[in-house]
Design a protein around this ligand. Structure first.
Ligand SMILES: C[S@@+](CC[C@H](N)C(=O)[O-])C[C@H]1O[C@@H](n2cnc3c(N)ncnc32)[C@H](O)[C@@H]1O
Length: 325
């Protein structure tokens, strides 16, 4: 399994001139930024292809799609990154075969390598979600995770999803930032970064300070992040976009409120200190805390707090028409 020979090659070491040009060109920024982080992406985001991430991906799918007949035949992923969503969904019994696509050639390469290691029936292409390079009525399911907020014209991308879906086929996109969630996550992240990088200047905490060059690189990456992150969403707006694109049964859900208020400072702190300071015991503690807070969100806070205040949004919809017999 390799990237198609006519697809562009990864470019993990962008020149200064390219980075400069990317500030004015969103799609170039997407490619440079994601090519740059492709090989380290799974480590950075603790992505794995075992029970932990299979359960997470499957949980998001079930929450968005509800009770549906499984497995789907052929699935397409847009903005696949390293394959986190589709490869784990396939392992979780959602689809039999898949196609991973991303604007970043580096990401498609890593996703295909991950699929090969897992022995999954997957092919891949470098592709822009606004112009999906597949025929009409090709897929039974289209999925994506944390991708819609990067796409300039989200309605056009959903129209494209509906075009390549067979009648009766479904799309599921998860991991999108809500407008309110993005606001508090950014502020919590900024404050935590400032506090951590300031107090680790104290000689007594010197062992907790990452080398300045690494901190500078993280700050530069954060600046490009501002170029690649285009949207935040109101759940009702996501439903309206999906309906305008032509979907039926469009439905948005949200999740993570207490879990996000806890998780964003934690993730920022972890990015600001040397990796070796974060022991296995610490990581396990954080993971269990996140699970407990997510349960609190789901069982209690969802009844009290309006859905737009939760951090993560997901949207599903169906292509009109009866499935072929
Ligand atoms: C935040 S990453 C998420 C990756 C992966 N889905 C995950 O959840 O780990 C967003 C991905 O979307 C891709 N992307 C951005 N704009 C895109 C577009 N217009 N079409 C297709 N992919 C795009 C990026 O290259 C990147 O790999």
């Amino acid at each position: 399994m390799t990237v198609r020979p006519d697809d562009p090659a990864p470019n993990p070491h962008a020149t200064e001139a390219e980075v400069e040009a990317a500030r004015e060109n969103n799609k170039l920024a997407q490619v440079l930024y994601h090519d740059w982080e492709a090989e380290t992406y799974d480590d950075k985001w603790s992505i794995s292809y075992d029970e932990r991430c299979i359960d997470y991906a499957r949980g998001r799918f079930d929450l968005a799609a509800g009770q549906v007949e499984l497995p789907y035949g052929r699935a397409l992923e847009l903005g696949c990154g390293t394959g986190f969503f589709l490869l784990n969904l396939m392992q979780g019994g959602i689809a039999k075969s898949g196609s991973v696509t991303d604007l970043s050639p580096g990401m498609v390469k890593v996703a295909l390598r991950n699929a090969e290691h897992l022995g999954l029936d997957v092919d891949g292409r470098v592709a822009d979600a606004e112009t999906i390079p597949y025929e009409d009525d090709t897929f039974d399911l289209v999925v994506g995770h944390a991708v819609l907020h990067h796409i300039p014209d989200v309605e056009l991308a959903l129209k494209e999803c509906l075009r390549v879906l067979k009648p009766g086929g479904r799309f599921v996109f998860a991991g999108e930032p809500t407008t309110a969630g993005n606001f508090y996550a950014r502020w919590l992240g900024r404050i935590t970064w400032k506090i951590t990088t300031t107090i680790t200047k104290l000689p007594v905490l010197a062992g907790w300070r990452r080398p300045q060059a690494e901190l500078d690189e993280s700050s530069r990456a954060a600046a490009l992040e501002a170029v690649v992150d285009l949207h935040t969403f109101e759940p009702s707006e996501l439903e309206a976009i999906a309906r305008r694109a032509g979907a039926v049964d469009a439905l948005a859900h949200t999740e993570e409120f207490a879990a996000a208020l806890w998780g964003w400072p934690v993730r920022t702190f972890e990015a600001a200190v040397p990796d070796e300071k974060l022991t296995m015991r610490y990581r396990l503690f954080q993971y269990k805390a996140w699970l407990k807070l997510s349960a609190l969100d789901e069982k209690v806070l969802h009844r009290i707090v309006p859905r737009r205040f939760f951090y993560n949004a997901m949207i599903t919809g169906v292509k009109p028409g009866a499935p072929a017999q």
